[in-house]
Design a protein around this ligand. Structure first.
Ligand code: PMP
Length: 317
């Protein structure tokens, strides 16, 4: 990773933690007449997702500025991936981690987090990720723990601007990215990558992939849609990082949730062991690539691994 300028040495950063990134960037084409998409294989990071980047960056930065000390505690609200990444990072650094998540997240996730020695607090399903955020904030205040605030912490996007984004620029032909596509949870991925590419002089279109649940239909009285909750990690309207100002020229593409799941299965059959948000990303990337034409270099992220979804609908068929 980039030199973070860490002045206070971290307790025991092993070589394993330093293995986070660089990940491959590979061209993927699902069918002979489909566009080619440049895919960043972030599921190859140590905990199995792109969130290892932000976990390491946020924790290391907090350590450097003295917000964290030996044996300290970190707390975060997350639907899963960030918690797994922070649990692994804290395990390696000898820190305590507390994950606050809404009930109903896949059981595999809870097991992984606990296996790393972290504590899991489940808030009622109805209170959702907003309830988890409020509980994490309160825990931080009460116990003097570092609340990493992934939904608003600029270091989340910075990790991708300074790290993931620079890797992509050095891997893609001519260092040229015409569009970058991601589903939005915290918004850190799309904001960080877009700003890396824009600062490198690319005229990149930022594209947010929105999973959509359709109801009604041609024979029904109403045909409408709502934001889907079937793509874990991609949530609506919570991020403070995802703003029009941070993403000039932003395009939002609505992707049917069933198409996202089918594409995830198709990618797995091609040998990419990915989760549902990757299928969502890939669908939107194909759409924008078709629109921009064959010369366009479209980048997306293969965000996390399939194993954490074995008990979910993705594997029901
Ligand atoms: N995919 C998965 C599996 C995730 O967990 C998340 C974030 N929670 C995202 C995509 C979205 O990334 P970001 O938070 O950077 O917007």
């Amino acid at each position: 990773m980039q030199n973070l300028g860490v002045s206070r040495p971290l307790p025991h950063v092993g070589r394993f933690l330093n293995q986070c990134g660089p990940t491959p960037l590979v061209p993927v084409q699902l069918h002979p007449d489909s566009p080619i998409i440049w895919c960043k294989l972030e599921f190859l990071n140590p905990s199995g997702s792109t969130k290892d980047r932000i976990a390491r960056y946020m924790v290391e930065k907090a350590w450097r500025v003295g917000q964290l000390r030996e044996g300290g505690t970190v707390v975060e609200a997350s639907s899963g991936s960030t918690s797994i990444a922070l649990a692994l990072t804290c395990a390696q650094l000898g820190l305590k981690f507390v994950a606050v998540m809404p009930e109903g997240v896949s059981h595999e996730r809870v097991l992984m987090i606990r296996a790393y020695g972290a504590e899991v607090i489940l808030v009622p399903r109805e209170s959702g990720i907003r309830g988890a955020i409020a509980t994490a904030e309160a825990y931080g205040l009460e116990h003097g723990a570092l609340y990493t605030r992934q939904f608003e912490n600029p270091d989340n996007a910075e990790a991708h601007r300074l790290w993931t984004g620079q890797e992509i620029l050095s891997q893609i032909p001519q260092g040229m990215v015409h569009a970058v596509v991601s589903g939005v949870g915290t918004g850190g991925t799309i904001v960080g990558l877009y700003s890396a590419f824009a600062q490198a002089g690319c005229r990149t279109i930022p594209v947010a992939a929105r999973p959509i649940h359709r109801y009604g239909g041609v024979h029904a009285e109403i045909e409408c849609c709502s934001f889907s909750t079937r793509v874990p990690g991609v949530v609506d309207g919570i991020s403070k990082l995802y703003t029009q100002e941070a993403l000039p020229g932003l395009r939002e593409l609505d992707i049917d949730e069933d198409a996202a799941l089918q594409t995830t299965r198709a990618l797995i059959r091609k040998g990419f062991p990915v989760g549902p948000s990757t299928g969502l990303n890939f669908c939107a990337a194909e759409l924008i690539a078709r629109e921009l034409g064959p010369e366009a270099q479209v980048v997306t992220v293969f965000a996390d691994r399939m194993e954490r979804y074995f008990s979910t609908e993705l594997f029901a068929q």
